[in-house]
Design a protein around this ligand. Sequence first.
Ligand SMILES: [Cu+2]
Length: 157
Amino acid sequence: MGCWFNSHITSIAPQTAHVYDDTTSKIFVPQPDAILKMIDYKFVLDRPLKKGIQVLQVETIGPSMHEVDFFRLHPDITFEDFWEWQHNGRKGPTPATAIGGVLNSHNMKGFVWIKQNYKVGRYVIWCDMPLMMKDSSLSEDVVHADLGMFMQFEIKD
Ligand SMILES: [Cu+2]
């Protein structure tokens, strides 16, 4: 869990929570509406997300550590505008609303669930994890999204 307000996500370390089935209370892990797999270097969504409250199960296939950040694009903003903003030091007005995200915290076996209320609109999911520098020809600023680990989708009425 982390706070996405201002720069809190970088100044306050995100915390990990574990969820287990509890047969005594009859509380069970969430049933997902869709499953998102994080694979080097792409997202694979098993079915489209729908308008309204959706539970997304996020699984890390790896082998690298990944994250998924959710953005709802502002009206009249194109994906290209968003891409430019991400690569231009995130200067100027934000082209999207950050609506949350998930970091696997090096837990390659567990699942993470994110429950969100999806409004009609255009969304981008983005992995901002820095690329580990095995290939010195790549800039230190390269993140997984630069290698294709992003996805656009639209929630329709
Ligand atoms: Cu990634």
